[in-house]
Design a protein around this ligand. Structure first.
Ligand SMILES: [Zn+2]
Length: 68
């Protein structure tokens, strides 16, 4: 018998990816990257895209997901 109640790992992966990809924008006037967290609405700033990605990942994992 086939059951559809098992959670789809791929769907979970896509959802987690989207958490990390949305909301990052570049401010051309201040030359800074900003990111507004879609979960807790906290706004973060960083001087480069590399830094905002690190900041964003750290925030999502340690603050929003409680150390997941
Ligand atoms: Zn957050």
């Amino acid at each position: 018998m086939i059951t559809y109640e098992i959670p789809d790992p791929f769907a979970t992966f896509v959802r987690n990816r989207n958490i990390n990809c949305v909301g990052s924008t570049y401010d051309y006037f201040s030359k800074e990257w900003s990111f507004k967290c879609s979960t807790c609405s906290e706004v973060m700033f960083a001087p480069s895209k590399k830094t905002i990605i690190k900041t964003r990942l750290y925030h999502t994992r340690n603050i929003c997901l409680g150390g997941y």
